[in-house]
Design a protein around this ligand. Structure first.
Ligand SMILES: NC(=O)c1ccc[n+]([C@@H]2O[C@H](COP(=O)([O-])OP(=O)(O)OC[C@H]3O[C@@H](n4cnc5c(N)ncnc54)[C@H](O)[C@@H]3O)[C@@H](O)[C@H]2O)c1
Ligand SMILES: [Zn+2]
Length: 347
């Protein structure tokens, strides 16, 4: 037998820039980052097109950056292979080549799906994320996970593919419906429960302002969440260890979302909220956390208007069956993350 040793070092470095009105400078930021002019494929959804695309295209125009706009329907159903296929088709039709840049402008659905498209088109072309929902700014657009859903499980078809930059403009959150703010706060609360009591208290003390679109406080939530997420991912950026603290609330959430076939009745953050509340109750019953910790978690989720129980029309048996399927897909492993105290979980 002969063996050839192969080692492929992979270096991914990028900056996450958070700045009010950054959208006006996107063109300049891209020119500074990439040097020579390239074509930009802006992938967005119908709603974001009506709200924020003009600002982005004006800014690209000012730098004479050629821009191709691809618009998909809004909602989780666009996080699919079918939509990815329509985007690939449009890119081929427009003659997009390897030096072009995919600019994902939208919520988590767009950054996940367009990221997947960028990762796979011609074996990977540069990706720039410009997230426009709270959940995308503090979670989906950072960390390098891109995917589309499959009907048996969420994010089943995907890759690790880091963006070249993430440009976050908290001012775009001004047009976000309050339900979407709550959706993002669910992931922020998740991060706080895992790692930071002071961040948990900040969200609790400022919940009203956050729900009222106070942009400077929302910026702080985006920054703190992002910083903690990156710190937690640093030792295991490709998530070899499935027992990750960041999965807190997600085991049940993924089962719930698959059961509801990713319809908008339950948003990702709402599913995570139910998952965290359930994990907190189980942890309390098992003596992993005290009643006080359980109640602190349930009270904050309720305070920001997030659900803490499974919708009545969903049977627990179906959820267990979904979790069994997810376990099968993950090679027999399913891991629950439980809170111990606020700022510390066990995996
Ligand atoms: N990759 C990751 O690490 C990661 C992490 C967390 C969540 N996610 C994924 O993110 C997805 C959820 O993201 P989402 O909740 O942002 O969904 P989304 O992209 O569907 O956005 C929600 C809604 O907000 C609208 N919208 C977007 N920006 C807006 C703005 N500025 N003003 C007004 N409306 C705006 C969209 O059109 C859409 O209707 C899920 O698929 C989830 O799995 C991925
Ligand atoms: Zn999540």
């Amino acid at each position: 037998m002969e063996t050839i040793q192969v080692a492929v070092p992979r270096k991914d470095r990028y900056e996450i820039i958070i700045e009010n009105d950054l959208l006006d400078q996107i063109g300049k930021s891209i020119s500074d980052l990439f040097g020579q002019p390239r074509s930009i494929i802006v992938v967005t959804d119908e709603r974001v097109k009506g709200l924020w695309v003009d600002k982005v295209s004006e800014s690209l125009d000012q730098q004479s950056l050629k821009c191709e706009l691809i618009v998909v329907p809004e909602g989780e159903t666009s996080k699919s292979l079918k939509t990815a296929m329509t985007v690939w088709e449009e890119m081929i039709r427009a003659g997009i080549e390897r030096r072009s840049i995919v600019l994902a402008l939208g919520g988590g659905v767009i950054t996940d799906m367009a990221g997947f498209v960028a990762a796979t088109y011609m074996r990977g072309i540069p990706l720039v994320n410009v997230p426009t929902t709270l959940i995308a700014q503090l979670d989906s657009s950072i960390g390098g996970k891109v995917a589309v859903d499959h009907k048996v499980a969420k994010n089943l078809i995907g890759a690790f593919y880091h963006p070249k930059a993430v440009f976050i403009d908290p001012a775009v959150l001004s047009t976000l419906p309050v339900r979407e703010i709550k959706n993002g706060l669910a992931e922020a609360i998740r991060t706080a429960i895992i790692d930071s009591k002071s961040f948990f208290d900040f969200i609790s003390e400022n919940s009203e302002d956050l729900l009222n679109h106070n942009i400077s406080k929302l910026s702080r939530v985006v920054y703190d969440s992002g910083k903690i997420k990156m710190k937690l991912l640093a030792p295991d950026p490709y998530e070899q260890d499935l027992r990750r603290a960041l999965n807190f609330g997600h085991t049940i959430a993924h089962a719930l979302e698959a059961e509801l076939e990713y319809k908008q009745d339950l948003k990702h953050g709402e599913a995570v909220s139910i998952g965290m509340a359930t994990a907190a109750r189980i942890a309390c019953n098992k003596g992993i956390c005290g009643e006080e910790t359980r109640d602190e978690i349930l009270n904050l989720l309720k305070k920001v208007g997030l659900p803490v129980s499974t919708p009545p029309d969903i049977s627990p048996e179906n959820i267990w069956e979904r979790m069994r399927i997810i376990r099968m897909i993950r090679g027999g492993n399913i891991h629950f993350v439980f809170p111990k105290v606020i700022g510390e979980v066990i995996t």
